[in-house]
Design a protein around this ligand. Structure first.
Ligand SMILES: C[S@@+](CC[C@H](N)C(=O)[O-])C[C@H]1O[C@@H](n2cnc3c(N)ncnc32)[C@H](O)[C@@H]1O
Length: 212
């Protein structure tokens, strides 16, 4: 997907993927990451997800990365936080207590700029990227986090029935991207009520990725 595709979506407020109240699978499976309070989580391609408020209210620290500055402004507004804003090379960093969100392409985020993270929470990030970008994304994500454990939430559906994004990610694809570096466990799945975009039967699948 071109950057413009996503920036235009945020301009038009065409954000059907956004879950104001957060994702139910986060609440269900978060404890599988076994993180101590105060741990820092990276949310790649974070949009303005309600998951951030859920995590912050439980005293976890957040690092997010998002292309759209509109999304990041709206996120800080929703959290009731006034950001400190700093330009760091091609990125902008919006920060407040226990939260840093980088505005720009995740591929431009370097490990030293991100800082240490204890885990990754990927909801609708891997599935947002077309196949030809995914290996670069997964390799980069592992490189900047030293292969931090992940809770990954992906969609599975019959790809021929709908053009992504979100794209369908099969178990085989999850293995292809991550099996060399992580132990993979499918934690569970749920049918999307009414189907994806109300059109195609689909399920949301939660995976736990633990460093080998
Ligand atoms: C499907 S949305 C998911 C957002 C969020 N994870 C959620 O659950 O609501 C994908 C998001 O990734 C952002 N995005 C797409 N490509 C990106 C990139 N290369 N770097 C950073 N963010 C990106 C888009 O602007 C969009 O907000």
């Amino acid at each position: 997907m071109e950057e413009k595709f996503w920036l235009d979506k945020w301009e038009r407020n065409d954000i059907g993927f956004h879950e104001e109240m957060g994702n139910p699978m986060l609440a269900k499976y978060f404890q599988k990451l076994s993180l101590a309070r105060g741990s820092r989580l990276l949310l790649p391609l974070c949009g303005k997800t309600g998951d951030i408020a859920w995590l912050k209210s439980r005293e976890y620290a957040i690092a997010g990365v998002e292309l759209s500055e509109i999304a990041v402004q709206q996120l800080f507004e929703a959290l009731g936080l006034t950001p400190r804003i700093k330009v760091i090379n091609e990125l902008k960093r919006y920060s407040a207590e226990n939260i840093d969100v980088f505005v720009g392409d995740i591929l431009a985020l370097k490990a030293q700029v991100l800082g240490p993270v204890d885990a990754i929470y990927d909801r609708a990030a891997l599935v947002a990227l077309p196949e030809d970008m995914r290996s670069q994304y997964t390799q980069h994500l592992m490189a900047i986090t030293k292969i931090a454990p992940q809770l990954l939430i992906a969609f599975e559906y019959e790809q021929s029935q709908l053009a992504g994004p979100p794209f369908s990610i099969s178990s085989e694809q999850v293995f292809d991207y991550y099996l060399a570096d992580y132990h993979l466990k499918m934690l569970g799945s749920r049918d999307i009520p009414g189907g994806l975009k109300g059109l195609v039967p689909a399920r949301e699948v939660a995976w736990l990725l633990s460093r080998r």
